[in-house]
Ligand binder design. Structure first.
Ligand code: RIB
Length: 320
């Protein structure tokens, strides 16, 4: 069956950014210039990464995004279509295509600055008009925070009326209106994003368990926090559980959170339990950091099965 004619079971609405990545010895301090050794340009943006990641894992995805009418926009459209994402979700705005300047050091850590451009024009109305059929049929809707916050909240209201699951990757770190938190079934923050969300609720502790449970108290269904080498943490009304990280050789952490969310959502869309989906997310994130750049780090199901000896890579506990 032609991919375009299959029913989408996930809709991702969010950003596309052209990624301009410099690999160097260290991240520069304010006012400092450092000499790096390698440059790469390629596709990115948290929305695009998550949509491509889910598609590569064999789950039908429709992606809604806004590009500029420029060379980066043309490249983006070609990439997204070649990944099997339906063209009618890929819209053109009046601003330029989003651009991310990414610096990666030798330990794989990164610093990213994004000029969102046309991403800031994407509204929930645009998505509903462009992908109405896919939204009706899908089981999960996935958003991030590189577009206006109205996008995630507006789609979540719509989704709840239709009984869909709503997953928000609250990245980059931005506060969310506390009255909107109940709209999200699953949040996938990293540690910085989790602390930002908790601080906005008046929670000042550094304990990630307390931060995550505060979000649950405000109505989030499940908080799945990604903690890098410390693994992941799940918090819900059933309590808190930690999940171990997989120990792999880290080349580039860019996009690991996107790969995690893609792995988690793909598993949920296939009917996995939340705990199995978190493990799938941990594997996708671990695979991603072993590759340079985001796109090469988004695994197919086959690559995930064979590229890493998961039993040997499993660490014994997820404690901090
Ligand atoms: O999460 C990684 C992504 O963040 C990069 O692809 C970059 O575009 C920024 O959006």
């Amino acid at each position: 069956m032609n991919r375009a004619s299959r029913t989408a079971s996930v809709v991702v609405a969010g950003s596309y950014n052209a990624g301009l990545t410099v690999y160097g010895g260290g991240l520069p301090a304010a006012g400092e210039t450092v000499l790096a050794h390698r440059f790469e340009a390629g596709p990115g943006g948290k929305g695009a990464n998550q949509a491509i990641g889910i598609a590569r894992l064999g789950v039908d995805v429709a992606f809604a995004t806004k590009l500029g009418d420029d060379v980066f926009g043309s490249q983006a459209r070609a990439t997204l279509v070649s990944e099997g994402l339906p063209p009618h979700g890929i819209m053109t705005g009046s601003g330029p295509t989003g651009v991310a300047v990414i610096l990666v050091d030798t330990s794989g850590d990164n610093a990213i600055s994004v000029a969102p451009g046309a991403n800031l024009e994407l509204t929930s109305r645009d998505v509903i008009l462009a992908l109405g059929d896919e939204l009706e049929k899908c089981s999960y809707i996935v958003c991030q925070l590189e577009c206006p916050s109205e996008l995630a909240a507006g789609l979540a209201v719509w989704a709840h009326e239709g009984g869909k699951g709503v997953v928000l990757n609250p990245a980059p770190a931005r506060p969310i209106d506390r009255g909107d938190l109940h709209l999200f079934d699953v949040l996938t923050p990293n540690e910085v994003e989790l602390a930002t969300l908790a601080r906005h609720l008046g929670v000042e502790t550094a304990r990630v368990e307390t931060q995550a449970l505060a979000l649950v108290d405000w109505g989030v269904g499940t908080v799945v926090a990604t903690l890098g080498a410390k693994g992941a943490l799940r918090a819900s009304v059933d309590g808190v559980e930690r999940f171990p990280a997989y120990a792999v050789e880290v080349l580039d952490t860019t996009g690991a959170g996107d790969a995690f969310t893609a792995g988690l959502v793909a598993a949920l869309a296939r009917g996995s339990t939340m705990d199995d989906a978190i493990d799938a997310g941990c594997r996708s994130g671990a695979f991603c950091v072993t590759r340079r750049g985001v796109i090469d780090g988004l695994a197919t199901s086959g690559e995930l099965e064979t590229a890493v000896p998961w039993d040997q890579a499993r660490t014994t506990d997820g404690s901090p």
